[in-house]
Design a protein around this ligand. Structure first.
Ligand SMILES: [Zn+2]
Length: 178
């Protein structure tokens, strides 16, 4: 029975069967457009899914978990130079964290997270499109966001020795981006 879910999944709004594979953790109903979270324990739970207005209609969009996060640096020591001022300016305001939710190696997930943290995309909702399977559970977003913060700090032009910080993330939203 491997590969088959024991609970038959249905759309929480219109009862259309959800034909998600075992590794998929979110879904958009083809019938009514309802977004949902999928878990082995609870089945489907309605959840808003946001589609970017910049999506082309002729190819599947890329799912990302997005959350606003505040970073409070606690300890930063370096072997040479000191980028504390630059660091404090960067984290002075909350930032948008983007974590790719489609199938991707972890190094690329973090690299994409760093790149989008530096260059956020316009978050303007638009029409529904097809999407790539959502396989990264929202529970993993915090851990990836921590990697992203570490990566941003390691990239500064000094030799980072130690960095400790506190990260507070708002609840995640699922966005479909080009
Ligand atoms: Zn539905």
């Amino acid at each position: 029975m491997s590969g088959v879910r024991l609970i038959p999944l249905q759309c929480p709004r219109c009862d259309t069967p959800v034909l998600a594979k075992l590794d998929e953790v979110a879904w958009v109903c083809e019938q009514c457009g309802q977004g949902m979270k999928i878990s082995d324990e609870r089945g489907t739970d309605a959840m808003d899914v946001f589609f970017s207005a910049a999506l082309p209609q002729n190819k599947p969009g890329f799912p990302y978990w997005v959350a606003r996060g505040a970073v409070r640096p606690l300890v930063r020591s370096t072997y040479h130079r000191d980028s504390s001022e630059e660091m404090n300016a960067f984290w002075a305001t909350p930032r948008l964290f983007y974590v790719p939710a489609y199938a991707l190696e972890i190094e690329k997930v973090v690299a994409a997270g760093v790149s989008l943290l530096h260059k956020p995309v316009r978050m303007e909702p638009g029409a529904r499109t097809a999407i790539l399977p959502v396989v990264l559970p929202p529970e993993d977003v915090f851990r990836v966001a921590e990697f992203v913060v570490m990566s941003v700090e390691a990239d500064r032009r000094d030799a980072l020795k130690e960095f400790k910080f506190d990260l507070k993330l708002d609840p995640v939203q699922l966005w479909i981006l080009p």
